[in-house]
Ligand binder design. Structure first.
Ligand SMILES: [Zn+2]
Length: 430
């Protein structure tokens, strides 16, 4: 029988940070922000240039709100600057010889591997997922070139006190044998690779709950659907939680036991901004995730992730007081602004996925009498008895999920072309 998972569901990795009240958190983040703004201006040429160009002095940055004065650096900007000044574009906050490694992500984008690793987020996330000292863990993320497995996951497992087996990607059969023979309790990797492991282990005649003793899993780098999560949790008898971050700025969110969004780690500042103006948006509004790190080796200030999300500051029952990212909604460049709010293809999919009656769908955005109009065109699989009721229900789901009103129009089969864009913007602006 699996051991009870209860003790893995409680506790904090850094209790004093994770549970501070909002006023204290506000002060704490502002203090660290002032520190890193001063430091980065002095030690990172790229940050100095960016602030000088915008006419901002480090002393102008006193609170998180003041970050609005600093231009956002996008991935493409970083790539350009790295091309001009290799390897790190002048963003490094230490002399190059103080680095231990240079990682390479697709782009190419280069990331530093520092000698003194003091990233907090991923370790907070793994602890919140139930990882505990003494656990044997396999790290199935890729160890070469990219920074995630070695720099972030491996170091964080060490911080918690886990014993890491650096298996990397692939070799599924061998990984199953390792899980079994070394009594591995913790898994780090993508959800789809964990599913591969489940399938391979069963193919090898193993019982996932009896022959393996996986208790916890920390997954990232891929969308985790709730159906896949519950399937994997059920099959292995384990807890699975996910984290979110980027190669450059690292962990920006992690789930706790409550599974109600991703807590922002205490060593980052996350803003949700309007990508067009760079201004901060209130909790509950969809915008781009822009992050600032306190990492002196690579002090990125106001780095745009290109990902869309919504922030919430409501209290989480787990006791952690940090705000949470509700969900990663998709990429900014695929989103369309309707009545001042972003609508992303992922949100459209989510509405549609709730109604098995829907065969095909497309959102059309138009402009009528100087007002945006959002029409949800739907082809049904077959005729539905109470069509008005269904229309009302879907329209309610649109309001719930997209946060703006949309009209449902049922159209005959074959109306929506095969290659149609999910969101078709038909607005003209003359
Ligand atoms: Zn929580």
């Amino acid at each position: 029988m699996p051991k009870p998972l209860l003790d893995r569901r409680i506790g904090f990795f850094k209790k004093n940070l994770e549970t501070m009240d909002s006023e204290k958190r506000f002060e704490y983040l502002n203090r660290r922000l002032r520190g890193i703004a001063q430091y980065a201006y002095k030690h990172s040429l790229a940050i100095k240039n960016k602030m000088d160009t915008a006419g901002v002095k480090p002393s102008d940055i006193q609170t998180v709100k003041d970050l609005e004065k600093v231009p956002i650096t996008q991935k493409t900007d970083l790539m350009e600057l790295q091309k001009k000044t290799p390897p790190l574009g002048g963003f490094e906050g230490v002399p190059l010889h103080a680095l231990r490694r240079i990682y390479i992500s697709p782009g190419p984008l280069y990331e530093p591997g520092e000698t003194e690793y003091d990233e907090l987020g991923w370790a907070q996330g793994m602890f919140a997922a139930g990882f505990r000292p003494g656990d044997i863990a396999i790290n199935t993320f890729s160890y070469h070139m990219v920074p995630f497995a070695m720099q972030m996951v491996d170091n964080s497992l060490f911080e918690i006190g886990c014993i890491t087996i650096p298996t990397g990607v692939g070799n599924t059969e061998q990984q199953v044998n390792i899980l079994k023979n070394l009594k591995v309790k913790a898994f780090c990797g993508t959800p789809s690779f964990l599913l591969n492991i489940a399938e391979k282990a069963e193919e090898m005649g193993l019982d996932l709950r009896k022959d393996l003793i996986l208790r916890v899993g920390f997954v990232a780098a891929e969308m985790l659907s709730e159906s896949l999560r519950s399937e994997l949790e059920e099959r292995f008898g384990m807890i699975i939680r996910q984290g979110y971050g980027t190669a450059d700025i690292r962990c920006l969110g992690y789930e706790c036991m409550e599974r109600n969004g991703m807590h922002i780690p205490d060593d980052k500042i996350v803003e949700i901004v309007d990508p067009q103006t760079g201004k901060q948006l209130d909790p509950g509004k969809t915008g781009e995730i822009v992050a600032t790190t306190f990492n002196k080796f690579y002090p990125l200030i106001r780095f745009g992730t290109g990902d869309l999300s919504i922030l919430t500051e409501t209290r989480c029952p787990c006791g952690r007081t940090s705000p949470r990212l509700l969900k990663i909604l998709g990429r900014v460049d695929q989103a369309t602004k309707v009545r001042g709010l972003f609508v992303h293809p992922g949100q459209v999919d989510e509405v549609a996925s709730r109604y098995p009656q829907i065969a095909k769908y497309q959102v059309v955005v138009r402009r009528e009498k100087h007002k945006d109009e959002m029409i949800f065109r739907i082809e049904l699989k077959e005729e539905v008895a109470q069509i008005e009721k269904l229309k009302e229900k879907i329209e309610q789901s649109i309001r719930d999920m997209v946060k703006i009103r949309g009209d449902v129009r049922f159209v005959p089969k074959g109306t929506i072309p095969e290659e149609a864009r999910k969101i078709e913007d038909q607005r003209t602006w003359e």
